[in-house]
Design a protein around this ligand. Structure first.
Ligand code: 5AD
Ligand code: SF4
Length: 469
């Protein structure tokens, strides 16, 4: 083979994708990279060398949205530097801010060439082509290419799959979006507006993608959806299949060792899913099940459609099926009208549930949601104080949970070399980071590890030597 044959015909173009927000955006960013790969784009981690920058944005809270505009300011400078060197840079805004604000983004930040929502990723190469045409226009005539439709077609069916080596380079654990959108309309949340109505991918499509991931070497899959346990994809006979049944089907894939899913709504935790936790060892005993508040009054105002007692009863039922289930949650403090007593009720439900970890947020008014029109907004200082108290409690629970693992032997999926030489790192079934001394040969498999200590955010382990019979 000559050198000519091994050389790419054209220099690769570089794309820098910056991801904000949830795991669904992480998944989508990889899909965008996959859609661009056949068009000669290779990923870079450095915006300064990028021919194309895509910001995959999050709109869930005001702060998350505002980050996009400060990043666009920074990119404008980098673009200027590149142009001074005779290169160029196209800039696209994707994700939920793009979906929610569309043209407004291009108006506020003329540096943006394209704006496209989460349902348009498969059309990215076409959009780029159009945006390139606009580049030759006089600045006064230049218009950003905008695509924020919710098309009828199935974007997943049009997205190319990553090559095996690319998949494995992304890690031994992979995300797989099975469901998008939400019909719950919690009164604080923009998701039903930005991501639209609930749509589930067909069972065969999910199984195919899972098989492809496992075939590339992936050991653990996390099924994703804004409301993942509302999954109701159709099987070959056109019958809806729930998440519990889907877990049973995925469990049949040889080589798939661990399965997780996120994010769930308590109302959709049905018996089939709880049975899957009871019967499937590969379904990890770690459940992200947000309750948001422990006050029935606030839960009602949030339109969560369940009470605190119902949530606690559900946790009991789940723990009966899988006694070592560890829980994670989301909490909002300072929802309009939240009194000191309401907040105390939230602390109470946290104490009663006992969380291995939790995410907590100050209520952020989102235009267009019912919560935005409620009176009795809570002062920022009160929100801050409540957030700190809640986080102190949750941090204590996390530390207690980590400490309770010391002395236990846990199966750890070893995923990478550690930060210290001679160390490797991985995850416990409860999603805790575990570090231990060991050779890189351990990477890629689940090993029994004795937990011998804790550090701030992780566990310290010791490899269990196999004992001869
Ligand atoms: N303000 C604060 N937190 C919010 N979340 C969603 N919308 C808002 C909002 N307007 C939180 C919820 C949700 C998580 C993903 O983000 O806790 O579960
Ligand atoms: Fe938002 Fe509620 Fe839907 Fe979760 S369930 S995405 S919080 S509306």
């Amino acid at each position: 083979m000559t050198d000519m044959e091994t050389m790419p015909r054209t220099a690769p173009k570089r794309v820098f994708i910056k991801t904000y927000g949830c795991q669904m955006n992480v998944y989508d960013s990889d899909r965008m990279a996959d859609a661009l790969a056949p068009h000669g784009y290779v990923p870079t981690q450095d915006a300064a060398e990028a021919d194309l920058v895509l910001l995959n944005t999050c709109h869930i809270r005001e702060k998350a949205s505002e980050k996009v505009f400060s990043e666009l300011g920074r990119l404008k400078e980098i673009q200027g530097e590149r142009r001074a060197m005779g290169a160029d840079m196209m800039i696209g805004v994707a994700g939920c801010v793009a979906q929610a604000e569309g043209e407004e983004i291009a108006r506020r930040a003329p540096v943006v060439d394209l704006v496209f929502g989460p349902q348009a990723y498969h059309r990215l190469p076409d959009m780029l082509e159009k945006a390139r045409g606009q580049r030759h226009m006089h600045p006064s005539l230049k218009k950003a290419v905008i695509d924020t439709d919710f098309p009828e077609e199935d974007k997943f069916a049009h997205l190319p799959a990553a090559k095996k080596d690319v998949t494995l380079a992304r890690g031994l654990t992979a995300f797989l979006t099975v469901q998008e959108g939400c019909d719950k309309f919690c009164s604080f949340c923009v998701v039903p507006y930005t991501r639209g109505a609930e749509v589930s991918r067909p069972v065969a499509q999910v199984l195919d993608e899972a098989r492809r991931l496992v075939d590339a070497g992936v050991k653990e899959i996390t099924l994703l959806g804004q409301n993942v346990n509302a999954y109701h994809g159709l099987d070959a006979a056109g019958r809806p299949v729930g998440l519990g049944q889907l877990a049973f089907l995925l469990a049949e894939i040889a080589g798939l060792e661990r399965l997780r899913y996120t994010t769930s709504h308590p109302r959709d935790m049905d018996d089939a899913l709880i049975a899957a936790h009871r019967d499937l060892p590969l379904l990890m005993p770690y459940l992200h099940l947000p309750v948001q508040s422990g006050s029935d009054r606030i839960l009602k105002a949030m339109n969560r459609k369940h009470t605190a007692a119902e949530y606690l009863a559900l946790i009991d039922k789940i723990k009966k099926a899988r006694p070592d289930m560890a829980l994670s949650g989301d909490f909002i403090v300072g929802f309009p009208g939240e009194t000191d007593q309401d907040f105390e009720d939230t602390l109470t439900i946290i104490r009663e549930t006992g969380y291995a970890s939790a995410y907590s947020f100050k209520y952020s008014t989102r235009p267009g949601t019912p919560g935005a029109n409620l009176g009795d907004q809570i002062a920022e200082a009160v929100k801050t104080e409540r957030l700190h108290r809640l986080q102190d409690l949750v941090n204590q629970q996390t530390a207690d949970f980590h400490a309770s693992c010391v002395g236990r032997t846990l199966p750890v999926l070893i995923e990478r070399v550690g930060r210290q030489p001679g160390q490797v790192g991985g995850r416990s079934p409860y999603l805790q980071a575990v570090h231990l001394d060991g050779s890189p040969d351990l990477i890629g498999a689940i090993h029994e590890v004795e937990i011998i200590g804790t550090s701030t955010n992780s566990l310290v382990g010791r490899l269990q030597q196999a004992v001869a019979a």
